[in-house]
Write a protein that binds this ligand. Structure first.
Ligand SMILES: [Mg+2]
Length: 169
């Protein structure tokens, strides 16, 4: 059934509408971004310049990680102009990537932020491990086939909780 575990801590329009200065002040060290429909639509093969410049600029204050459930080829090609740590086949919502990140950077889950467009993968994963979870609106019109079922559930949850951009939970 629908549970709080699927509800993000914050909900914003896109990755540009997050108060990164505040995240820095609050002591967050690692930003984990989803790829598909979060930093790029599934139709885009490479990250657009505005987004890549922006993500690269965040590296001065945070360790920026792109964690995608997509294949290596997709992730590497999309992130070719990004100076970030990339993870493909992340198996979200399983916790494996978070465990890997924690071990690699010797950092607590409480110092990580996960930012993504899906309640069933990105937000569900982050909430279970007590990360700060930030939902963004889906970028682009299309979804991967594998996502369509999740999207139907997600729409029910958004409706039930009357979730709107800008509200905090
Ligand atoms: Mg996504």
């Amino acid at each position: 059934m629908i549970r709080k575990i699927f509800i993000p801590k914050k909900y914003v329009k896109d990755i540009f509408n997050i108060d990164y200065e505040k995240l820095k002040r609050d002591g967050y060290k690692i930003l984990i971004f989803d790829l598909d429909n979060t930093i790029g639509s599934i139709k885009e093969n490479t990250c657009d310049k505005e987004t890549s410049d922006f993500l690269n600029s965040l590296n001065k204050d945070f360790k920026v990680i792109i964690a995608s459930n997509s294949r290596k080829k997709r992730v590497n090609e999309f992130c070719s102009n990004l100076n970030v740590y990339k993870m493909h086949l992340s198996l979200k919502p399983l916790g494996i990537i978070l465990w890997k990140i924690k071990k690699k950077y010797n950092i607590n889950y409480k110092e990580m932020v996960i930012i993504g467009d899906q309640l069933m993968t990105d937000i569900f994963l982050g909430n279970r491990y007590k990360l700060l979870t930030i939902l963004v609106d889906k970028k682009g019109e299309n979804d991967l086939n594998i996502t369509k079922f999740n999207r139907a559930l997600e729409n029910r949850i958004k409706k039930k909780y009357n979730m709107k951009v800008g509200e905090y939970f």
